[in-house]
Design a protein. Sequence first.
Lengths: 387, 387
Amino acid sequence: MVVETQLARFDSIALDCGATLAPVEVAYETYGELNHDRSNAILIVHAFSGDAHAAGVSKETGKPGWWDDMIGPGKGFDTGKYFLICSNVLGGCRGTTGPASIDPAAGRPYAMSFPVITIGDMVRLQNRLVEHLGISRLLSVAGGSMGGMQALEWSVSYPEKVASVVVIGSTARHTAMQIAFNEVGRQAIMADPDWNGGDYHGGRGPARGLAVARMVGHITYMSDESMRQKFGRRLREKDVLGFDFSVDFEVESYLRYRGSQFVDRFDANSYLYITKAEDYFDLTGGFPSLAASLERSRARFLVISFTSDWLYPSYQSLEIVNALRSLVRDVAYCALPSEYGHDAFLVEVGEQSEIVRGFLASAVRAAARPAGAPGATSRAALQERRG
Amino acid sequence: MVVETQLARFDSIALDCGATLAPVEVAYETYGELNHDRSNAILIVHAFSGDAHAAGVSKETGKPGWWDDMIGPGKGFDTGKYFLICSNVLGGCRGTTGPASIDPAAGRPYAMSFPVITIGDMVRLQNRLVEHLGISRLLSVAGGSMGGMQALEWSVSYPEKVASVVVIGSTARHTAMQIAFNEVGRQAIMADPDWNGGDYHGGRGPARGLAVARMVGHITYMSDESMRQKFGRRLREKDVLGFDFSVDFEVESYLRYRGSQFVDRFDANSYLYITKAEDYFDLTGGFPSLAASLERSRARFLVISFTSDWLYPSYQSLEIVNALRSLVRDVAYCALPSEYGHDAFLVEVGEQSEIVRGFLASAVRAAARPAGAPGATSRAALQERRG
C-alpha cells in the first residue's frame, strides 16, 4: 500500500497560551475507505517523534509507516473495515506547522517565537482536520505514549465526537521523572552553541545536542532486560577493550547511531516544544480529581500498558482505569507482559492487535445500538448508580 | 571531628592498559585510631563522584564528608573502634592523580593523554596506600556503587589482605543499560565544543556538557517514587505554567542547579575516565563464571541492595550473593526497603548502620579465631563440602 502525505490548511487556530497561529497547515495520511454513513473513521495519534506516516509505504521515501505492523488489511486496525487518519502534530517538523515553519509576519522560521503549545492545542487542530474531512464523529482515537495523551484529551475536549479511545503506554499527567528526562533532552539541545537561541536555520543546527537528547530518550524507551538481550556487554569491533574513548561496546555504537540518525529527520526546536507540551499535560488540570475530569468523556476506553515499561509504568495506566471505574464507565485494561520497555507499543504487535481488533468490533456494535440501550452509560444512569 | 586531607606519593604504578604512571599522588583521610596490632583498619571506597573526604568536617572547606552519617563515633563504621581510611580514586580530580594532573613529561595537564584506567588500577593504588600506612591486612573494604566494585575487586586481587567486604548497591559487572547511561554522559561532555578534545585547561571547560551529564546521572540516582515525593508536578516560582522555556517545574530547577553545581567541583575528563573504568569493570573477566572468579577471595561478604534502586537493581547484588553461596562462602545479603533509589546507600543510614555494625563485629570475632576454626571456610573444607 503506497501512501502519500496530504496537506490541509486552516486560516488560524487559537491556542491555550492565548496566542493565535495563522495560518496552520496539517500533514496527514489516510488508509482504508470512509463508509457511506461516515461512521468508521479512526484517528491515529502519534508519539513524540512520530509523524503522519503511520502505515503503508511512503510514496516519497519508500519507507514503511511507524505503526505499519498495527495498521493494514486484517491487522489490529483493519484498513479493510476502517478509515484511518493520522496527522503530524502541531509543533512538529514533518509537514505540520511548527517552529521550523515560516512565520508569514516575519518571513523566516518561527524558531523560538513559535508559541508554546499544549496537547490540547494538538487535539484542537486534529479536530479541525477531522471536520475538514467531513467526519462528525470518530469511531476511535488511538495512540501510544504521547498519542495516548492526545486520545485522553480528545475524550474530554470533544466527548460528543469520540465513541471510543485507545490509550497505550501512556499517562494522564507527566510525573517528575518524566519531566526530568524531557528537561535533560531540552538542556542538551540548548547547551549546544549551534542551537543559537533557536535561530540555527541556514546554519548547521544543534546536531550534537539533539543527538545526546535522543540517546537519553532511547535508553528510556528500552528496558534493562531488552538492552541486556540486544547488546549485553558485547564489544563492537574489537575482541578486547580498546583502552581509549572510541566505541568499545555495541550499546555505545547503537546509541551514537540512533542519535546521529535522528538529527537528519527531526528539528531541534520541535523537540523543545513537543516535550514541553508533554510536560504541561495534566488531564486533571482545573478539576478536583482525574475522575472529575474524565466525567466529561462519553467514550468507551481501552487502556494498555506493558510490564517492562518503566518510562510510562503500568500504575499510570491504572490511575486512568481506576478513575473511569469509579465513574462506572466502560473500560478494558490490559497489562501486557513484555521485555521491550516503552518501545513495546511499537513492537509487541501480536497480543496488542488482537485486543485492539476486539475492542474496535465492540465499539462498532455499541455505536449501532440506540443511545441509552444497555452498554451505553448515560449521564442519568451514571448519576443513579452513584446515588 | 575536623579532618585534613593528606597526600601520599609513589614513584610509579603499573596499569592494566600496559602503561606506567609516574609519579602518582593519592589524597586520603583517616578517622579513628589504628590499634596496636594494626588489625582494625577499614578501607572506605567511594562512588563515582566521591572523594577522600568521607567523614568529619573538612578543615579546608568546613563541609561534612559524603558518608558522615555512616562514619563516626558510635556510627555504622564506628571510629571509636575502627581505623578508617578513605582515598580519592585514581583518575579522580580531588587530590589523587588524574587527567587534570600535570604530566611531568609534558609540563601540562595529562588531559586525554592520561591512560585509560580500570577499577583494578584504582584498587592497585589503594593497596599501595594501605602498605604505605603500614597495614598488612584490612578488617574490611566497604563501599557503595562504584565503591562496591572496588570492594569486590579487592576481594579477588588481594584475597590475603581482606578479611571482609561490604558491597552496597553495586554490581559485579556493568550492564548494557549502565554503560548506556555513562555513554550519554560522556557524549554530552565530548559534544561540548569547550571540551576541545580534553584540552580545556586554562579555558572555560565543557561546563554545559558536564552539567547535562550530571543531570542525567541525578535522575538515575533517584527513583520515580522519590522524585514524586520530592517534586511531583510542583511549579517553581509561578502559580501557573509560564508558556516559555524558563523554569516551570521544581524538578527542572533542581536538575539545573545540581548540574551547574557539579561543574564547580568536578573535572570533565575525570568524568570520562571514571565512567569508562566502571563500564570496563567485569569481575568475571577471564574466568568462566562469576563464581570461578570469586573463588579467589577469602573474605566474608556483606551485600546490601535497595528495593527502589533501578540503576543497580537488587538482582545484580543477588548474582554476587548466589555466586558466593555456590562456593559455600560466608555471605550475608540484605535487600533493604527504600524509596530513595540508588541514592539510598547515602541517605538510608538507619538500618544500613545496624547491619554494618553487626557485620563488622562478626568480622572482628572471625579474625580473632585461629585459621581453620569453625566459621572460616578453608579451601579444604569447601572442597569437602562440594564433594
